[in-house]
Structures are given as structure tokens and as C-alpha cells.
Design a protein around this ligand. Structure first.
Ligand code: PLP
Length: 474
């Protein structure tokens, strides 16, 4: 009797402890986690510890971490240069709702590294930072509306959850007249009505929009690259044209640098693309994983604070976050950490490119070597809607295979891989390339046999996302 050869063996991870924890957690936490984005059903990961570029789950499985907490851990987990400074500071007490020197140092460092921010304030999260930047823009201009791009994510406040990331592009509406697609229930229509979705890399769309309603548009908020769609890059001249157009119509330009800040360059994406925005938001890389964030901008725009706009927060600039920011930003300023991160990203891309080319598949790398995506497609994407045309089922299968083999990218092709300084250590790059090659082969073999098991993207990532509801913009 002959039997069909089994598909290339996928190593089975021990997940017994995590399954038990999932069942325990779901009794008291919706989805068993503190964030929809981590709610992966029975595949939900419960973490034990991280060190450098590695992470271990509570069952003891070891992974090369390519998520790095969705980007903040730019140096590596447990970096003693940051942790020791934080520990020293926190022994003096953590919460005073008074201002410490480390807060002042943090903002001085932001001003120095960006070269264009004159004034800034700390917040605890990127969500808060974008929320405050939008309010400042409205207060400064006296206008109500904010333009945001489809597929861009600016956090979980009501003004940000419009046209973020549906799987089905038809939910975004007609390309020339996109709908305001609220992500989940609970967002008042009146709030949604103040946000205008636009299409990234489409300057003509913006011009028409500004000519029609520019008088009531306070700002455009933009992730300089589509950080939540594989880091899709601007076409040459797009940011420059957008900067010129916003100036022409008296509209402020907000760079949401929560993912790109202090990662693309010391001065973030603004430096990388040679743009001077009016306002910017920072978080993630500024604190190597500690909850540090900030918003800031030009003197004149920020001058609406403190007298004319409300901003505060019991934990804003808290000692732990400020100490982490000082230590991290000093390292990024004074060492070649960023150059090393960029080099690791390039080496990794070279290895992956060889693997994919050998198998004759079309692909493009999106984003920057420090934060990049892999799209199986002939055509380089220019906006969120293009993601649908890539072979993301194949990517999802590869990502899940990588997880089983000991490397952890986000199991959704929309989220880029994040590189940290510690990925330069030992054989991490080679390890990831080998794991990627084995996972790609297994996924291709499964596809050839018509057995793409586990390719249920809905089970992963955007998974926890509630259903969307759209309202036409026009
Ligand atoms: C570009 C961007 N803006 C804002 C946010 C929200 O930041 P936080 O999760 O700290 O609230 C994120 C989070 O991923 C982000 O990527």
C-alpha cells in the first residue's frame, strides 16, 4: 500500500501552558488579552521574557522576534544601558505629577535630533500624541476637519479609527469618493464626519479636496510611510508636493512618526524624506519599549499651549518613561546603533531576496530596511488598496510557518518586520533567512497540493478587529 508523502513536516510547538492561560484569561479579559490586536483565539501568545532580539513564550518556545512589540524595542529587549538608567531613576519615586529634569532632557533631545521641533510635550501613548496633535491643529487654524489616508493607523481614539484597515477594499468605497469607514461601533457620526479619508500617493485627489473644502481643513495627518500596510513608501516627490499644497491652502502637516521616528534616521522620516512638517508625533523607538511618547512642532503652532488648549495627564512625562527616553535617545544620538540596524535590515533583505528569486516568485520589499514588508506581487504598491492585489495568503502561510520554526514576524502581511540593534548579534540574520526559506517551501508545497491549512488570516492580527461600518463622505 502506498501513502501520499506528508507535507514538509511543520515542527509542532508546545503550547499547552498558553492554551491553559488563554482559557483562564478569557474568563476575565475580553479575547484573553489587553488589546484586540493580540487576540488570536487559541493561538494567542503569552510571553515570558525577551533578551536582545529573542523572545520566549511561557511554554519555553524561543523565537527571533521580528515584531519587537510593534516597533518600540529598537535596541533590543532588556538593554542594560536603558534599564540601568531607568532603575536608578525610579528608585527616587515614580509619580509626582511634577516635572523632572529627565522630561526636560527628553524634549531637548527630540528638538536636537529632529532639528526642526521647537517645542514638545510628552504623553504616555502614540494614541494620545496623535489626539493632541489633531486638537492643536484645530485650535491653531480655527478649522474643524482633518484629512487622513486610507490604511493609515494613528491609534485608537475616535478621530483616528476611520478607514484604517479593512480586508475587503470595497468597504472603502469608490476610489474617487471614499467612504468614512469607522472601525467598530461606538464612534459618533458627528466625530467621524470631521475626518476626511484620502488616498496615499494621490496628490490630485488632495488638490481637488482642498479646492472643495480647504477652508475647513485644519490638517493632514500622515504616517510618512504606510506603517500599517507593510511600510508602503511615498512616490518620489509626494511628500514635497503635499507640503507645498498644505502651505498653499494654510493647512497644517502632521507627520505621525510613531513608527518611523528615530528609526528611519536620527531625525525620523522628516529627515529621511527632507520634509519639515508643522507638527509631529513620536512614541515607539523613543523609549526602547517603555511607554514614552510625545507630540511637538514649530514654536508658533505649539504656542496655543498652555493657555488656549487643554493638555494634561497624570502620567505624562512619568519618571520611568522619561528616563527610558533620555537613555534611548542618547544612545541613538551618540552611537552607530541606527547605522547597524539599517545594515542588518539590508543583509536580511539580501538573504530573503535570494531565497525568493531562487523560487521564481515575484516580490517587492516595501518600507525601509529598519522596518520593511515583503509583498508577493509584480507591481510595487502605492496605496492601501494595492495590498489586496498581492499574494497575501502566501505571506500569511509563510509567517505562520516561521512561527512554528522559531521566528516571529507579525502573522499578517500588513505589519512590517521590525529590526533592532541586537539582531546584529550572533547568527540571527542567517537563522531568519533559513527559517523563511523552509517556511516558504512548505507553503508552496501545501499550495501545490491544494492544502493551505492555517491560512486563515482572520485568525491573526487584524483578527480582533470589530466589523467596520461605513458612512459616505459626500
Ligand atoms: C503610526 C502610528 N500612530 C499611532 C499609533 C498608536 O500608538 P499607541 O499604540 O502607542 O497608542 C501607532 C501604533 O501602532 C502607530 O503605528
Amino acid at each position: 500500500m502506498t501513502t501520499e508523502p506528508a507535507l514538509s513536516a511543520v515542527p509542532a510547538l508546545n503550547r499547552a501552558g498558553q492554551l491553559e492561560m488563554y482559557r483562564r484569561a478569557t474568563r476575565v479579559m475580553p479575547g484573553g488579552t489587553d488589546s484586540n490586536f493580540r487576540a488570536w483565539g487559541e493561538d494567542t501568545i503569552y510571553v515570558d521574557r525577551g533578551q536582545g532580539g529573542l523572545v520566549w513564550d511561557v511554554d519555553g518556545n524561543e523565537f527571533v522576534d521580528l515584531r519587537m512589540g510593534y516597533g518600540p524595542v529598537i535596541l533590543g529587549h532588556g538593554d542594560p544601558r536603558v534599564d540601568d538608567y531607568v532603575n536608578e531613576r525610579m528608585r527616587k519615586g515614580v509619580s509626582f505629577s511634577l516635572t523632572s529634569e529627565d522630561e526636560v532632557r527628553t524634549i531637548e533631545l527630540i528638538c536636537e535630533l529632529t532639528g526642526w521641533v521647537d517645542q514638545a510635550r510628552m504623553t504616555v501613548s502614540g494614541t494620545e500624541a496623535t489626539m493632541h496633535a489633531m486638537r492643536i491643529a484645530r485650535a491653531y487654524t480655527g478649522r474643524n476637519k482633518i484629512v487622513k489616508f486610507e490604511g493609515q493607523y494613528h491609534g485608537v481614539h475616535d478621530y483616528a479609527l476611520i478607514s484604517v484597515g479593512p480586508d475587503d477594499m470595497s468597504e472603502l468605497g469608490d476610489a474617487d469618493n471614499p467612504v468614512r469607514l469607522t472601525w467598530g461601533r461606538g464612534i459618533p457620526e458627528q466625530v467621524a464626519d470631521t475626518i476626511i479619508p484620502a488616498r496615499y500617493n494621490n496628490i490630485e485627489f488632495l488638490r481637488r479636496l482642498f479646492e472643495r473644502e480647504g477652508d475647513d481643513i485644519a490638517a493632514i495627518i500622515v504616517e510618512p510611510v504606510l506603517g500599517n500596510a507593510q511600510g508602503i513608501m511615498p512616490e518620489p516627490g509626494f511628500h514635497q508636493a503635499m507640503r507645498a499644497l498644505t502651505e498653499e491652502f494654510g493647512i497644517l502637516l502632521i507627520f505621525d512618526e510613531v513608527k518611523t521616528g528615530f528609526r528611519f534616521a536620527r531625525g525620523g522620516a522628516a529627515e529621511f524624506f527632507g520634509i519639515t512638517p508643522d507638527l509631529a508625533t513620536y512614541a515607539k523607538a523613543m523609549g526602547n519599549g517603555y511607554p514614552a511618547a510625545a507630540f511637538g512642532g514649530r514654536d508658533e503652532v505649539m504656542s496655543v499651549l498652555p493657555d488656549h488648549v487643554s493638555h494634561g495627564g497624570t502620567y505624562a512625562g512619568n519618571r520611568v518613561a522619561a528616563a527610558a527616553a533620555v537613555a534611548t535617545l542618547r544612545i541613538l544620538r551618540d552611537t552607530d546603533a541606527l547605522a547597524s540596524i539599517h545594515q542588518v535590515g539590508r543583509s536580511l533583505q539580501a538573504g530573503l531576496a535570494e531565497v525568493i528569486s531562487e523560487r521564481g516568485l515575484p516580490y517587492v520589499f516595501t518600507g525601509h530596511p529598519a522596518m520593511f514588508g515583503i509583498m508577493f506581487t509584480e507591481q510595487a504598491p502605492t496605496e492601501y488598496r494595492d495590498w489586496a492585489n498581492s499574494d497575501h495568503d502566501l505571506y500569511d502561510a509563510v509567517a505562520m510557518g516561521m512561527h512554528a520554526r522559531g521566528a516571529m514576524p507579525e502573522p499578517d502581511s500588513r505589519e512590517p518586520w521590525f529590526i533592532c540593534e541586537a539582531h546584529a548579534r550572533e547568527d540571527i540574520v542567517d537563522r531568519v533567512v533559513t527559517i523563511f526559506a523552509d517556511s516558504l517551501d512548505a507553503a508552496l508545497e501545501a499550495r501545490a497540493k491544494g492544502d493551505m491549512r492555517g491560512v486563515e488570516a482572520s485568525q491573526w492580527s487584524m483578527a480582533g478587529a470589530p466589523a467596520s461600518a461605513g458612512t459616505p463622505t459626500a
